[in-house]
Design a protein around this ligand. Structure first.
Ligand code: F6R
Length: 618
């Protein structure tokens, strides 16, 4: 939520405004209620901000150009305190207008601080919590004359979550930032340095970066980066190199980022499997750095995640329990923390997060560790908070996911969790190396099968277009098909603003079947016919039941599964696969359906209303 970018450089030919706007364009997925920039010029800080998407700001900048500058900051907002108006857009300035501040997060004690500042005669120009930080910083700088120590002093007074980034008219070529519970990374250039909510902010300029820890202040000039804690004591940042480049963060000829990311799924799965086996074919997870004895002794796994990542966890539960014979609970991270969970040293917590910055999941990770659990992060974003605060990390290699609705990260999360499950199964002796090798080979065959699904979706696109006026769609699945059904419903809700529900097909007769009326569209995910528990037959019966009540049944079934044909209005074919791996295929038509239907309704597929990519508030 909210994207932050900062730049300072020596090259007079590289305008800070261009760098900052380029960064904001790549960060706009984080929030798109309003946007603004502030530049440092010889005449002090100049600033422009507008409510609405970034395009409104760029139009305003054309109408009212700002002077040239080589140091600047920018912000794209997802409103929390104060509606999305021009006044509430960031940056905010402190009294006198010499310092400009952008902020991501929520300052929980802002009301007390605001009252204190108002009692001192400070006037406020917005309803935001951020403005408090701008006034405090102006006041501290006036006392100390040092921007870094002024930022430390402000950070010590704030409670809640914040990344603050500031530029001062009297301190040339310098940006100062502080972070607590909100993301911030440093980009290292030649004669230039950058700050961003994530590396996408500066990926067009550098792939070398530094992770910042919790409660740290960083000061950058074009030639230096210095990091301290909130008391001003120097600390070391952790350097890392980004393994994708700016082109990966562009649309690459697709109409939307979501369309591009759906099409990248074969690579996301293949790359997540890369390098996970040694020369002897043994599954190795060197990056885990976790004591094997500890992993042998765990007696329970709890997956914590939100939204799509939680559905990936629900899919993984079926596989991990089957392979490892360890009970697996899947819990929404925001519920986990507040229900006194039974977790101890023998619990392995798996925190799944694409962004690594979801505040609900961060808080759950912290709580789990306080209770003594070991935490493994399954994450797509290097340098982010969740892997940094976990005991170990298993990275998905999906590449940057820009569209707000998660697609390729979901497949990569399932894949990484499966690799983890197989690793644990071999380690704990519930599966032999040969058995693990067999499943790995089946997993390695999945990218080609996903590519095949992607090639055969014209029927889904057509259906989505003529169903654009549909007001409600139901999704049914069983076993691993159940979380896939819920994920299909989530995609449709968030992209097309249509009422959609995913149900366990077996639950239908316990209530939801009352929803079925003539013409009601129902997607049904059919398990493979050779799956061992005869679920296939039961799901075919469910299709018959709803077909008999007039539903329009859209059935996702394996090639060659003809049992479904008599009761299906439409059959969408996917290649044969073992049941546990079938979610990697079955979800793809549902993603494409939601994307196409939303496009047919003329909606913004990449930036659905009210949402933001990375939910950094609780
Ligand atoms: C839905 C979606 C969200 C995220 C959820 C968790 O399409 O993208 O439900 O999955 O907000 O986000 P991460 O994985 O970044 O923790």
């Amino acid at each position: 939520m909210c994207g932050i970018v900062g730049y300072t450089g020596t090259d007079p030919g590289l305008s800070a405004l261009d760098v900052v706007l380029g960064g904001l364009r790549r960060l706009e997925y984080r929030g798109y209620d309003s946007a603004g920039v502030a530049l440092q010029t010889p005449d002090g800080i100049v600033m422009l901000k507008r409510s609405g998407k970034l395009a409104r700001l760029t139009e305003a900048l054309e109408a009212e150009p700002l002077p040239a500058a080589v140091t600047g900051i920018g912000h794209t907002r997802w409103a929390t305190h104060g509606g999305p108006t021009d006044d509430n857009a960031h940056p905010h300035v402190g009294t006198g207008g010499a310092v400009a501040v952008v902020h991501n997060g929520i300052i929980e004690n802002f009301a007390t601080l605001k009252a204190e500042l108002q009692a001192d005669g400070v006037d406020f120009a917005s309803q935001t919590d951020t403005e408090v930080a701008a006034h405090l910083l102006a006041r501290e700088y006036a006392t100390t004359g040092d921007l870094s120590s002024a930022m430390c002093a402000v950070a010590r007074r704030l409670e809640g979550a914040f990344t603050l980034l500031a530029v001062h008219g009297d301190v040339p070529h310098t940006l100062v930032a502080a972070r607590r519970n909100s993301p911030l990374v440093v980009g290292l250039g030649e004669g230039a340095n950058f700050l961003g909510s994530d590396v996408a902010a500066f990926i067009a300029h550098t792939r070398d970066a530094i992770e910042l820890g919790q409660d740290q202040v960083v000061t950058i000039t074009p030639h230096s980066v210095s990091i301290t804690d909130f008391l001003g004591a120097p600390v070391q940042g952790k350097p890392f190199h980004v393994d994708w480049d700016a082109s990966a963060a562009e649309k690459g000829g697709y109409p939307t980022f979501m369309a591009k990311e759906i099409n990248e799924q074969p690579h996301a799965v293949a790359d997540t499997l890369l390098g996970r086996t040694d020369v002897a074919g043994r599954l190795t997870l060197d990056e885990l750095h976790m004591d094997e004895q500890v992993l042998r002794e765990i007696d329970k796994i709890v997956v914590i995640a939100c939204g799509t990542a939680a559905y990936a966890g629900q899919v993984a539960k079926y596989a991990i329990e089957h392979w490892c014979r360890i009970p697996v609970e899947v819990e929404l991270a925001h519920e986990f923390r507040y229900r006194d969970p039974v977790v101890d040293q023998r619990t392995l917590v798996v925190a799944i997060s694409q962004s690594g910055e979801t505040m609900d999941t961060i808080m759950a990770v912290r709580h789990a560790r306080e209770l003594g659990a070991r935490v493994i992060a399954v994450c797509n974003t290097h340098g982010s908070t969740i892997p940094r605060e976990s005991d170990a990390a298993l990275y998905t290699h999906a590449g940057p996911e820009v569209a707000v609705a998660s697609t390729k990260a979901f497949l990569a999360q399932i894949t990484a969790c499966y690799v983890l499950g197989l690793y644990l199964a071999e380690l704990r002796g519930t599966k032999s190396r040969e058995q693990v090798g067999e499943v790995m080979a089946q997993l390695q065959a999945m990218p080609d099968k996903i590519a095949k699904v992607l090639q055969g979706l014209d029927q889904v696109r057509r259906m989505a277009r003529w169903m654009a006026d549909t007001r409600s769609v139901l999704f049914l699945g069983r076993h691993v098909g159940y979380p896939v059904a819920m994920e299909g419903a989530l995609k449709l809700k968030e992209l097309a603003y249509i009422h959609a529900e995913g149900f366990a097909a077996g639950e239908l007769k316990h209530g939801p079947i009352a929803l079925i009326e003539p013409g009601q569209p129902v997607f049904v995910i059919v398990p493979p016919p050779d799956e061992p528990h005869s679920l296939h037959g039961k799901v075919v019966s469910n299709i018959q039941e709803i077909n008999a009540r007039g539903a329009r049944t859209i059935v996702i079934a394996e090639e060659g599964d003809d049992d479904v044909v008599p009761y299906a209005s439409e059959v969408i074919r996917i290649p044969a696969s073992p049941v546990l791996l079938s979610p990697l295929l079955a979800v793809v038509p549902l993603q494409v359906f939601a994307c196409e239907l939303a496009s047919a309704k003329g909606l913004d597929v990449d930036q659905p209303r009210n949402l933001a990519k990375s939910v950094t508030v609780e």
